[in-house]
Design a protein. Structure first.
Length: 122
């Protein structure tokens, strides 16, 4: 995509051109893979802080991602009650420095059994 296309995309999505360039440098479409939406948004927030760019909210960032990577799907993955939304069809490029950041998946929530089940556990 040439510089003029980046500028027109930035105009239609109201995104900073540097952010669109950053997305294209660090992510790529790929079949059969997914990334948590929160991971992409956290990477974006780091990018904005590092470059002194005002970040958009998560919903607007979702529109931006879909305008840059056409055809992305959204899926809920995970167990019942602990599912997360993922973008399906996108991955971090293998040579991206983003691969060195920890993902949100490193945090695991432990669910307590209901009170009625606790008497059987003791």
């Amino acid at each position: 995509m040439g510089p003029t296309n980046h500028m027109s995309m930035a105009h239609t999505t109201r995104a900073h051109p540097e952010t669109i360039q950053w997305l294209l440098e660090n992510y790529e479409t790929a079949e059969g893979v997914s990334l948590p939406r929160s991971t992409l948004y956290n990477h974006y927030l780091r990018h904005c802080a590092a470059n002194k760019i005002d970040a958009v909210n998560a919903a607007s960032f979702g529109k931006l991602i879909r305008s840059v990577f056409i055809g992305l799907k959204t899926r809920r993955l995970g167990t019942r009650g602990n599912s997360k939304y993922h973008y399906y069809g996108i991955r971090i490029k293998p040579d991206s420095p983003l691969n060195t950041f920890p993902t949100d998946d490193s945090v695991v929530a432990i669910r307590q059994p209901p009170q009625s089940a606790q008497r059987y556990i003791q």
